[in-house]
Design a protein around this ligand. Structure first.
Ligand SMILES: Nc1ncnc2c1ncn2[C@@H]1O[C@H](COP(=O)(O)OP(=O)(O)OP(=O)(O)O)[C@@H](O)[C@H]1O
Ligand SMILES: [Mg+2]
Length: 297
């Protein structure tokens, strides 16, 4: 694994021609038609709170080309989180998932055994949901490195340290020895991203990874995700409420409503000429002030 040592780009300091946050030198585009994830006909039912079943995802189909950063937007309750959880096989108890066909990184996983190791990892809005408060950051990271990279303890510790360097944590040795609550929110989020990287994902799923953070820290974490995407040729699916985030960070967008995808496509196209009335509504309702990155640009 190569260890990036360059500092994170300042938000807004390194925009490509598209105006998005990211390193100036982007790697060559993936082969056309190189689809990392293809989902066809995904339904998810949950146990309703008052008995019965509730369909929360209905006939969801989409494709994610390798190397793209895809934003998922839509009102609260539209199924964004359940979509990511369905992909990671971490739906709530009692949920049922059904899909016609799913291919991830060339592997048909339509009927993959539950808990099979997939080249995907997820980061959550609240890092405390990923960390046991009684366990030091180092032990969390070492455990993931050992499990996913099948290495001994010594090498796992080195990999854990490298992962913290990769997410631009300036003092990795100190952070390894800290408990989760001893870190700032931004540092904790970086440590969670480091933990996700140790699973060697091709696909990184992020559910509102910056919503709980201050605006400046938010911009730094988003810039980090974009940088990691480019450095590691990751493909990223990111759920957000913030259309400014989509405009600044994402290549493509999926718009969800009532458990369905109502519109999808290139961000510039969807924002310029939305086709679905709900997308128009979302765009009309969005605040017009520039995002922190845009304000600094
Ligand atoms: N544990 C659960 N049990 C039953 N229903 C649930 C559970 N969690 C979520 N739901 C329901 O599933 C639907 C989809 O929820 P989901 O969390 O995916 O929405 P979301 O788009 O992520 O919303 P938000 O933007 O508020 O995070 C909603 O109707 C929600 O009420
Ligand atoms: Mg959610």
């Amino acid at each position: 694994m190569t260890v990036p040592t360059t500092p994170p780009p300042a938000a807004g300091a390194s925009r490509g021609a598209s105006g998005r946050v990211g390193p100036a030198a982007t790697p060559p585009p993936a082969e056309p038609g190189d689809v990392l994830l293809s989902v066809e006909g995904l339904d998810v039912d949950l146990a309703g709170r008052t008995g019965g079943r509730v369909r929360v995802l209905e006939d969801v189909s989409f494709e994610v080309p390798r190397g793209r950063v895809v934003g998922i937007v839509g009102e609260s309750g539209s199924g964004k989180t359940m979509l990511l959880r369905a992909l990671m096989d971490i739906l709530p108890d009692g949920a049922t998932r059904d899909w016609r066909r799913v291919v991830l990184d060339g592997r048909n996983i339509t009927s993959a055994a539950s808990r099979e190791r997939l080249p995907a990892a997820m980061v959550f809005q609240d890092p405390m949901t990923s960390f046991n408060p009684l366990v030091r950051i180092g032990a969390h990271l070492v455990e993931v490195a050992q499990r996913f990279q099948r290495v001994g303890r010594r090498q796992a510790t080195a990999l854990a340290r490298e992962a913290l360097v990769a997410v631009r944590i300036p003092d990795p040795d100190r952070v390894l020895s800290r408990y989760p609550h001893e870190l700032s929110g931004g540092m904790r989020q970086r440590a969670m991203i480091a933990m996700a990287l140790l699973a060697r994902p091709e696909l990184l799923l992020a559910d509102e990874p910056t919503t709980a953070l201050d605006a400046t820290i938010q911009a730094q974490i988003l810039a980090l995700l974009r940088t990691l995407q480019a450095e590691r040729s990751l493909t990223v699916l990111i759920v957000t409420h913030d259309l400014a985030v989509v405009a600044a960070v994402c290549d493509d967008v999926l718009v969800m409503k009532d458990g369905r995808i109502v519109e999808s496509g290139d961000v510039d196209r969807v924002f310029r000429e939305p086709r679905h009335p709900y997308t128009k509504e979302l765009l009309d309702a969005a605040p017009t002030e520039p995002s922190p990155e845009e304000a600094d640009a």
